[in-house]
Design a protein around this ligand. Sequence first.
Ligand SMILES: NC(=O)c1ccc[n+]([C@@H]2O[C@H](COP(=O)([O-])OP(=O)(O)OC[C@H]3O[C@@H](n4cnc5c(N)ncnc54)[C@H](O)[C@@H]3O)[C@@H](O)[C@H]2O)c1
Length: 331
Amino acid sequence: MLNVAVAGLGWWGKTVVNLLGRSDKLRPVLLIEPNPAARAFGAGSGVPVVDSLEAALADPKVAAVILCTPHSMHCDQIVAAAKAGKHVFCEKPFCMSTAEVTRALAAVSAAGVTVGVGHERRFETPMNEVMRLADSGALGTLLQVEGNFSQDKFIGLAADNWRMSAKEAPAGPLTATGVHMVDLAIRFLGPGQDLLARVRQLGSPLVNGDTLGLLMTHKSGANSLISAILATPFMGRFAVYGSHGWAEIWDRNHPESPQGWLVRTRLRGGEVETREYPPMPAVLANLEAFAQAALGGEPYPVPPAQIRATVCALEAVVRSAASGTLEKISD
Ligand SMILES: NC(=O)c1ccc[n+]([C@@H]2O[C@H](COP(=O)([O-])OP(=O)(O)OC[C@H]3O[C@@H](n4cnc5c(N)ncnc54)[C@H](O)[C@@H]3O)[C@@H](O)[C@H]2O)c1
């Protein structure tokens, strides 16, 4: 059992703490929340709450921290946790720039702690099936990926919410949902080479933009076409095309409360095959894979090189959205 402290008791921190109640691999021993109003949830959970990460890092009971905090805090908090010898799981986006991810992963590596990232889409059963199919060569040479992760959960946010800040959430939907698709694209097609992004505010009060369109070319030469919209009801779709066949996953609901998936595949010469997958808690599966690795078991399945590649692509999306031109992705 891994004793963890959960930092940030907002929307996602509460989701995580509730999920941990069902786990036999992670036990929340401390919660961290500076905002007195948000601390009420901690009191109700029966787990002690402190008001600073530093207090949790000084506590020998805490073996790992799970960061569910605003984006600009992630890098410094990862570094602080690693320096304190704690394993660290950070919600997406892991960091906001190449410089930050370099610093954060160097601290993790120097401390020899396990690192995890909140890209739970990789842990969904149908996604694992499609990964296996692609890795087996059954789809042939991978040619192109299409990913869409859209939702309208933020339309009613107050104007002073951190998600409205260009520092915390540059390129509109990118840090909310688009980054999950960038991560999956990198999982299938490898690191990116360059990209062109367009972000516009078209249908909501979200001043950072509500509509992201992205074309990323990977070093392999393959493309990813990514769509992320924050002004339309939930939509989740991921498709991978290869020279021998394709596979497509439709999400029935947001990962917060999964309702299962519909998968369609077609191999050359065959018919379209359709399969339903029942809901499963991918967010918890991700956290448990992290715990298993931290406790000395199977390595965590998202390698640091891929965590880094996703952040480097994210930085390039922000640059491209501002410049309006094709931007190179740093290594
Ligand atoms: N994996 C996913 O699918 C998913 C879904 C939603 C959110 N997230 C991520 O979770 C993180 C939090 O998002 P959210 O929607 O819960 O935001 P939120 O604003 O609802 O909650 C953030 C909380 O962090 C607290 N906080 C601020 N500074 C802190 C500090 N120094 N130490 C500890 N807590 C601090 C705030 O008071 C707030 O309660 C973000 O990185 C977000 O992108 C991931």
